[in-house]
Ligand binder design. Structure first.
Ligand code: DCP
Ligand code: CA
Ligand code: CA
Length: 367
């Protein structure tokens, strides 16, 4: 099989760059864009800032008063977020990207994967000129700069993109993947947060290269089958996930047989909760929200049924899967007198979501 050429484009200091675009006088000042919670004049958090403000130590998610303190004595400008305006700019850029790719997967307002394998005829050398052309067109037509990572898959292109910002272009060919990944800290891999990186450190694993030396059995025992296998592959830069247009992702589900046929909701939910654990681990590697929860049942007489519910808004948490599944089982049991033999649960209708956005929300709602 021929190699793929996958790009990740991530707009530079996006909200702040949009503000500079409509008011070029901001360009040589520190610019901070924030969400004002309204409690006091300065309560709230930083969404993002331009690179001048970052030099003073301003970071996304930081309380606004702290950003203000860091920028004391400068001619810094603080602005409230204007999502409608940023979305409009984002849509224009995504529109241009469409013309450059066989498939486009928008991950958030300022990020998209492009499969350009055909366009560059599998060549990473051509991909460099191709990315430069794309950057130039967007700069000229929209006025926004962005950073591109190019790799043989989404995992590598994402990490390549993060390695050099702003206005960067980093290309990692299939031959370079191992050397590129091995010195990087493990938390550069999607799905490795504080908890998991602490766990890995206790196993003596600090870098992606260290992770590539851990055998798969140990990873599976420590992190479970889904995550263990994911880490094993990720450490080697292996990722076969396609660049998927919105709405293409299927569902994640599990099905299993109960120890005994039953109508006892508690017994059923115990089984379902085990399945949810498994599903949720897989789901967490995807950086998405779900909008649908479904159940499947097979009765004593071997007849089968499925039920599902679409949620009002996309959700990320685990508890909602349990609650909706229980609601669906309660309803279903009320409709039948038969006992249940096999049960399953699934989530679907995935929506891609900005991972960082969640961090901002959790700033206001300590979890
Ligand atoms: N954002 C937010 N709260 C955060 C992080 C980000 O509201 N805690 C918003 C503002 C950003 C946008 O999402 O402009 C994109 O986030 P990025 O992480 O891509 O950061 P930037 O685009 O701002 O900067 P960079 O140049 O590092 O990509
Ligand atoms: Ca960005
Ligand atoms: Ca981003």
């Amino acid at each position: 099989m021929q190699n793929r050429v996958v790009m990740l484009a991530d707009f530079d200091y996006f909200f702040a760059q949009c503000e500079e675009l409509r008011n070029p006088a901001l360009k040589d000042k520190p610019v901070v864009v924030g969400v004002y919670s309204g409690r006091t004049e300065i309560s709230g958090a930083v969404s993002t800032s331009n690179y001048i403000a970052r030099k003073f130590g301003v970071k996304s998610g930081m309380p606004l008063f702290l950003a203000q303190r860091k920028l004391e004595g400068t001619d810094a400008v603080f602005l409230p977020v204007d999502h409608v305006y940023y979305d409009r700019i984002s849509e224009r850029i995504m529109g241009i990207f469409r013309g450059y790719a066989t498939s486009l997967e928008q991950v958030s307002v300022d990020e998209a994967y492009l499969d350009v394998t055909e366009q560059v005829d599998c060549s990473f050398e051509s991909a460099e000129d191709y990315a430069k052309k794309m950057k130039a067109q967007v700069k000229m037509e929209v006025g926004i700069s962005f950073t591109v990572g190019v790799g043989p898959n989404k995992l590598v292109s994402k990490i390549a993109c993060d390695s050099q910002k702003p206005d960067g272009l980093t290309i990692v060919t299939p031959d370079e993947v191992a050397c590129f990944l091995s010195p990087l800290p493990v938390d550069r891999l999607l799905g490795v947060g504080h908890k998991i990186s602490a766990k890995m450190e206790s196993m003596g694993v600090k870098t992606i290269g260290d992770l590539a030396h851990v055998d798969i059995q140990r990873l599976v025992v420590t992190f479970g089958r889904v995550l263990g296998v994911y880490f094993f592959n990720a450490a080697r830069g292996i990722d076969n996930e396609p660049v998927q247009e919105a709405g293409e992702a299927e569902s994640i589900g599990r099905m299993g047989t109960l120890k005994q046929d039953t109508r006892d909701i508690e017994v059923i939910m115990d089984k379902i909760d085990e399945q949810i654990e498994d599903i949720y681990k897989e789901f967490c590697t995807k950086n998405m929200s779900y909008r649908l929860v479904g159940i499947s049942v097979v009765m004593t007489n071997l007849s089968g049924k499925s039920r599902s519910k679409t949620l009002e808004k996309p959700i990320k948490d685990k508890q909602t899967i349990h609650e909706v599944a229980q609601e669906l089982f309660d309803k279903y049991l009320a409709e039948t007198e038969l006992a249940i033999r096999r049960v399953g649960v699934r989530i679907g209708s995935f929506v891609k979501e900005e991972r960082k956005q969640k961090q901002l929300t959790s700033f206001f709602q300590p979890s």
